[in-house]
Each structure stands twice: as C-alpha cells, then as structure tokens.
Ligand binder design. Structure first.
Ligand code: PAF
Length: 293
C-alpha cells in the first residue's frame, strides 16, 4: 500500500489502474469500524481502493473542535491496509488549499438550510462540498463511498455531483453501530464512561419512534416528540429532532413517503448526530440492531 501526499503523486500512482475501476473513501482519519466497512464495500466493487485522510479546516465552525479532532495517521494507515485500501492520500492543508485558493462550492436550497445547516450554518456544507469536489477531482474515482450516519452530507454531495456532472457514482453504506446501537463516530472516543452509557439513549429513542411508526403512527410531530421525550428522560437536550423528506430534506408533517428522522444532541461536550429512515413501504424497525452486528 502506498501513502501519497500530493495530487501529482496521487494521479501518477493511480494512472496504471484507471481502466480497472477505482473506489474512493474520503475521511478525516481517526478510523473506526464504520470507515473500515466503507473500505470493505469499496474493495468488493473496485480493484483499486483509495482512502483520503484530511482534517478539513473549512468545515469546522469552532477552532476548538478542529484542534480537538483526533489525528492518528499511523494507526489509520495500518487499519486502511487491513481493510483493503491500496493508496492512502494524506495531503497537508497547504496541498489542499494552496496560496491563492479562492473557490467555494456552495450547494443552496433546503438540503443545506435545514438540520446541520440550520445549527452549524451553511458554511459547514460549503466546506464539505468544496473539499469533496477537490478530492473527487484529484482521485477521479468510479465510485465514492459515504456512511448513512451523515445522511445530510450524502444528500448535499449527491446534489453537487448531479449539478456539476461529476462522473462518479455515490454509494451510501449503512450506519455502522456499536452493540448497544450507538452510531460509530470518531467523536465517541471523547465520551467519558458515564457519557458513553448515556449516549445509548440516542439509538433507543430513535428505535421507539421506529416502533411507533411501524404501529401506524404517521404524524411527524408525535414521532419527534417521542424521541425528544426519550432524550429528555436521560437529561439530554436535543439541538434538533426533525422529520424531513429523505431526498429533498423538506420538512414533513406526515410520513407518507420515505423520510429521514434525524437528530443532534450534546452528551457532555460531545455533539452526536444520528438518523433512521422511515419508509411507509418498508418496516425498518430492526435496522438499529442489525447494523450493530
Ligand atoms: O464525513 C467526513 O469525514 C468528512 O465530512 C469528509 C467527507 C471526509 C469531508 O471532509
């Protein structure tokens, strides 16, 4: 497996492998089982797999959050190799944003105005869209793999790829979960033992809403209230709990088409996000447990 630091080196490393098919997993490092599941999915579908590790400063609101983001490159490289990566692209900030860099890709509309966009500001998704476009143009993969935990990010990336006609298939992989259902995230490592226990209430509350949905409740307000109650009983204040159309992210009052039930909550100082799909055509109640396996 090769580690490359510049776009020129990356392109040279990938040139001989272009015709076979290239799968790409963009990450900010601190790899966990969720990232490895993306790499494994990429390895099944592509003879060559590229992982990027870049803690992208432009998508962080608070400098403290950026500084606190774990950087574990050596361990990441070993894990990436074990999960099927052939090339790791680990550029510096100066390589990604050279002097004079002045381009921002800004995806407009509901897809960036709501949920994370409403709390963190649209600039978060400007940062994500700009870096993902830059990475896609550097790697030029056939397929790029993203986790469903960051559902809004996937919708934004899909919108951008469609609008800019970037020739890549975006593949969404299921949220990877711990045995108690907690969605895997690099931020989980910052939870104390007590907070980690509390955090299990997040998937449990989503599961309560899924059960209510499966029993026939379609009223979005009732379903989100159930989640909020679950969180509140554990003393957790949500930043948002919302039900939106799964494709457009427009708010829904009744779940009569595929929807995303998404939330953000702070456990101590750690901000967690999670979501489940509510689809009137599919009973997805066991998804939280299934993906924890
Ligand atoms: O999901 C992430 O880790 C990041 O948002 C991404 C896609 C690597 C862009 O920095």
């Amino acid at each position: 497996m090769r580690i490359v630091r510049t776009v020129t080196e990356l392109r040279a490393a990938l040139e001989p492998h272009r015709s076979g098919g290239i799968g790409f997993v963009p990450t900010m490092g601190a790899l966990h089982e969720g990232h490895l599941s993306l790499l494994r999915a990429a390895a099944v579908e592509n003879p060559t797999v590229v992982l990027s590790i870049f803690v992208n400063p432009t998508q962080f609101g608070e400098a403290a959050d950026l500084d606190a983001y774990p950087r574990t490159e050596e361990a990441d490289v070993e894990l990436a190799a074990s999960a099927g990566a052939h090339v790791v692209f680990a550029p510096s900030a100066a390589e990604m944003y050279p002097a004079g860099f002045a381009t921002t890709i800004s995806v407009g509309g509901a897809v960036t105005a709501t949920l994370e966009g409403a709390v963190r500001g649209r600039s978060h998704f400007d940062g994500v869209a700009t870096v993902v476009a830059t990475l896609l143009l550097a790697v030029q993969p056939d397929r790029a793999y993203f986790g469903a935990k960051d559902a809004q990010q996937v919708v934004v990336v899909r919108r951008m790829v469609t609008d800019l006609r970037i020739p890549v298939a975006i593949v969404t992989c299921p949220t990877s979960r711990e045995a108690d259902g907690l969605a895997r995230s690099s931020r989980n490592a910052r939870l104390s033992a007590e907070e980690r226990q509390l955090a299990a209430i997040v998937p449990r509350s989503l599961r309560a809403a899924q059960d209510a949905f499966a029993s026939g409740i379609r009223d979005a307000h009732r379903l989100t209230a159930l989640v909020r109650e679950g969180l509140a009983e554990a003393g957790l204040d949500d930043e948002y709990v919302e039900i939106v159309d799964a494709d457009t992210l427009d708010p829904l009052t009744d779940v009569t088409r595929p929807a995303l039930l998404a939330l953000a909550v702070r456990v101590g100082t750690v901000r967690l996000i999670d979501n489940v799909v509510l689809d009137p055509a599919v009973d997805d109640r066991t998804a939280v447990e299934r993906s924890g396996a």
